[in-house]
Design a protein around this ligand. Structure first.
Ligand code: NAD
Length: 288
């Protein structure tokens, strides 16, 4: 694998994309510590791992990413357990369920902002602060989960979109500040069918993005690669590339978009090539 002997800490690693990245990292030879605020979820994720790696290459640590002391303790626990830290995946987050400016009162916006920026932006910043000393020692790296909302509109409301734009700023600023020892990059997924939740401050903590996927199943596609996957496991390869110094050593301050081509969508039909198969032989079969 590309990550033999590496040690990674993944925030939000107990579900969704974070869990998929942790599982992929272990498959590539790494050991992982998954960090989150839900102990039962973290334990269930580890219990589901194969026998040959479950005890030797997985650990969990309970921490709220808004809590610097808890994040420092998580880094310390990682080094105590596995001897070092090579990669921080800053990933824990919540969504605003596309609550637009005009749909919220000022008070609701205020509470949404405070909670969402605290988890999605401060959570990344504090995780980087807790980890940088260990990453300097290993010439390690940080990979941050960004979003289509780090670049484009309508992937959230103004709060989520601004927060994910802010995370792009963290990637760039920290890539500068931590060079030349530590690389800092981002991965920007598009929509994924996960259990992504909303701010408790406006009663959205039990709402899951998976319900939106269920509701919209079968409706008109909005991305160019409209038959691309929405399963988190299919978004993990970019995290492997960016964590593997042998493969991406000169890359820092960059973002790999893994979003089905939202940036080239244009104004016409979502996929400009919907007629392409008609232009070539009728014997084409899609690769598996
Ligand atoms: P998810 O809910 O499965 O994962 C988020 C994880 O973060 C959960 O395990 C949750 O328990 C944890 N978490 C939330 N608040 C926390 C806190 N305060 N302290 C510690 N842990 C906390 O959802 P996901 O879709 O896998 O989200 C992962 C990342 O992907 C997020 O940054 C999200 O913004 C981003 N993202 C998701 C989508 C999508 O469509 N699902 C698209 C683009 C980007």
């Amino acid at each position: 694998g590309w990550l033999e002997g590496n040690v990674a800490l993944v925030t939000g690693g107990g579900s969704g994309l974070g869990r998929a990245v942790a599982e992929r990292y272990v498959a590539e030879g790494a050991s992982v510590v998954i960090v989150g605020h839900d102990d039962a979820q973290l334990k269930a994720t580890i219990a589901a791992q194969p026998d040959d790696v479950r005890d030797s290459r997985w650990a969990s640590y309970v921490a709220d990413v808004r809590d610097t002391d808890a994040l420092h303790a998580a880094v310390d626990a990682t080094v105590a357990r596995f001897g070092k830290l090579d990669t921080l995946v800053a990933n824990a987050g919540i969504w605003d369920f596309q609550r637009q400016l005009t749909r919220l009162s000022g008070a609701q916006l205020s509470r949404t902002f405070d909670e969402l920026f605290s988890v999605n932006v401060k959570g990344y910043l504090l995780a980087a602060e807790a980890a940088w000393r260990e990453l300097v020692k290993t010439r390690g790296c940080i990979v941050m989960t960004l979003s289509n909302a780090s670049f484009y509109t309508a992937g959230g409301g103004p709060v989520y979109t601004a927060a994910k734009h802010a995370c792009l700023g963290l990637v760039r600023e920290l890539a500068y500040e931590l060079a030349p020892r530590v690389r800092v990059n981002g991965v920007a997924p598009g929509g994924m069918n996960t259990d992504l939740r909303g701010p408790a401050a406006v009663g959205l903590e039990e709402r899951s993005i998976s319900a939106s996927f269920a509701k919209n199943a079968g409706s008109k596609a909005v991305i160019p690669l409209h038959d691309s996957s929405v399963e988190p496991a299919d978004f993990t390869a970019a995290y492997v590339l960016l964590a593997a110094r042998e493969q991406s050593g000169p890359i820092t301050g960059e973002v790999i978009s893994v979003d089905g081509g939202i940036g080239v969508r244009g104004f016409a039909s979502p996929a400009g090539g919907d007629h392409l198969l008609d232009l070539v032989s009728d014997t084409v079969t899609d690769p598996a």
